[in-house]
Design a protein around this ligand. Structure first.
Ligand code: ZN
Length: 130
């Protein structure tokens, strides 16, 4: 289990280093690592952690699912846009483990996306060896 405390309503957090440490401590040479968010208004993706690109991703989310666009769920807690964005992006990633570490490409980072913060968030991490 990993805990993330987000500080803004919408925020992208690079969690690669924390997951890498988890995999290193586990001591498996080969396998797969599952990272799974236990929430309905967050997402996990693998992409480049370039500041400009992260802003582009957030802008795209605003375009695809703008806030307060007459959603039925907004009659409840007013965060339908966050659920919809989360549903589009997905709530888990799977990364291969090679030589005891994450087998990520040069520009690949594991990115946690908060869409209804700030909140305390939890990720479940599972490692399965070959
Ligand atoms: Zn809701």
């Amino acid at each position: 289990m990993m805990e993330i405390v987000t500080s803004r309503q919408i925020e992208i957090v690079d969690i690669t280093d924390g997951i890498e440490r988890y995999v290193n401590d586990c001591g498996r040479e080969k396998g797969i690592c599952l990272v799974y968010s236990l929430h309905t208004t967050t997402a996990l993706i693998i992409n480049e952690a370039d500041e400009a690109l992260l802003n582009d991703i957030l802008k795209l989310m605003e375009k695809i699912a703008p806030q307060a666009a007459g959603y039925q769920h907004d009659r409840g807690d007013g965060n339908a846009h966050a659920h919809l964005r989360a549903a589009l992006l997905g709530n888990s990633v799977i990364i291969p483990i090679e030589k005891g570490g994450l087998a990520l490409g040069t520009w690949q980072r594991i990115l946690f996306i908060e869409m209804d913060g700030p909140r305390k968030r939890r990720l479940s991490i599972r490692i399965i060896g070959d």
